[in-house]
Write a protein that binds this ligand. Structure first.
Ligand code: AMP
Ligand code: MG
Length: 355
């Protein structure tokens, strides 16, 4: 299949862009796939109400079919058709955080095929704020199932070029809307349990949610690599975001972390292995790796979130085989950053305080 790539400027959806969005909408209505930008990461979209489309999404990603898809909507009126009842808290959360990087889980109606929900009676729903995404959803009939637009196991794409890398020849169209704003997937909250539970941390933090909800639980498996309990979001159990080389996270006093990492880098260099470090602005020039990536200023978590996945992809492009990362705070957005970083590192953490 030939993949058509079109460029759309989110801030200037002109006549040409509208035509491209209409074509993309038709592709999805006819059972095809389109990769498109959202504010979190790029999505791989198909008609959420068409079981054949969902099967195609799993095939294009190489994703296990028990890992449910998120259904993207553009307007509140569209919710009714896909859920059995809309809890009051959903309205309250939507009022504050939709459109935006929050996914809510509710009980699905018969309109949503089990192919889309990975066999579950619940459905995950999000309303993205990206204007290209919103227009595409409307033109495609209102319901787009879209996981991240990467091949399963690779870092989620934050730019269209990574969608091209992973999905060329497997989808009808890729919409290039530039670099995404947030860079980490949405926060997922399950509203079918009491109290509601965060299944995946994201840009919208527990504290943000607690402003609206009386009580919020967090799935305990989120930061714990040793947990014997399966995570509640089926997708969270898979190894994710993994670069091709070996990544370890080093935690502890900053000076000790730097000297420990430099020691390991020297050893790797002696073995002739290409090395990399994920550093912060404050520490970057103290590392002696072949490739040093600056995630951002340590206190600017939004910047670190935005850069993380592209750094992991760049390590692959530059064929780095041994990597170390500093650890980040595991509160606020930092919790989402650490959650993704831990998965990328296969939970290999070196805690220098414990050593
Ligand atoms: P992605 O689309 O790649 O961001 O992944 C979607 C995530 O949402 C995965 O971790 C899924 O397991 C999770 N998810 C989707 N639907 C449900 C659901 N009904 N219940 C629990 N988790 C879900
Ligand atoms: Mg994903």
């Amino acid at each position: 299949m030939e993949t058509k790539v079109v460029v759309i400027d989110e801030e200037n959806i002109d006549e040409g862009a509208v035509k491209n969005l209409e074509e993309a909408g038709e592709i999805i209505k006819n059972g095809g796939l389109v990769a498109f930008p959202t504010e979190t990461v790029y999505g791989l979209g198909g008609d959420a109400l068409n079981p054949e489309s969902s099967k195609k999404i799993y095939a294009a990603k190489g994703r296990p079919s028990d890992n449910p898809l998120i259904v993207h909507v553009a307007d509140m009126e569209h919710l009714q058709k896909i859920v059995t009842d809309i809890p009051d808290v959903a309205y309250a959360l939507a009022k504050e955080y939709w459109p935006g990087p929050l996914t809510m889980i509710m009980n699905k109606s018969e309109a949503v095929p089990y192919e889309t929900t990975g066999g579950l009676d619940t459905v995950a729903i999000r309303m993205p704020s990206n204007k290209i995404a919103a227009e595409l959803i409307r033109k495609a009939g209102g319901y787009i199932a879209a996981p991240s637009a990467n091949v399963s196991g690779r870092p989620s794409p934050t730019e269209a070029k990574y969608c091209v890398e992973d999905l060329s020849g497997k989808v009808e169209m890729i919409i290039d809307g530039g670099k995404v704003g947030i860079g980490l997937e949405s926060t997922i909250i399950d509203l079918t349990v009491n109290p509601p539970m965060i299944l995946r941390p994201g840009y919208i933090t527990k504290a943000d949610l607690a402003k609206i909800l009386n009580e919020v639980d967090v799935d305990k498996t989120i930061l714990d690599g040793n947990s014997k309990v399966a995570p509640k979001a089926p997708g969270m159990k898979y190894k994710h975001y993994a670069p091709k080389g070996n990544l370890k996270i080093v935690e502890g006093d900053p000076d000790k972390v730097i000297s420990y990492i430099n020691e390991k880098l020297a050893e790797a260099k002696n073995r002739g292995v290409k090395t990399g470090v994920i550093a912060t602005k404050e520490t970057a020039d103290r590392y002696e790796a072949d490739v040093v990536k600056v995630a951002g200023k340590r206190d600017d978590e939004a910047e670190i979130a935005r850069n993380l996945f592209s750094i992991l992809r760049e390590f692959d492009d530059e064929e780095v085989l041994e990597m170390y990362s500093e650890a980040f705070d595991s509160t606020g957005i930092g919790q989402a950053i650490m959650n993704r970083l831990l998965k990328a590192a296969g939970h290999q953490v070196i805690d220098l305080e414990e050593a």
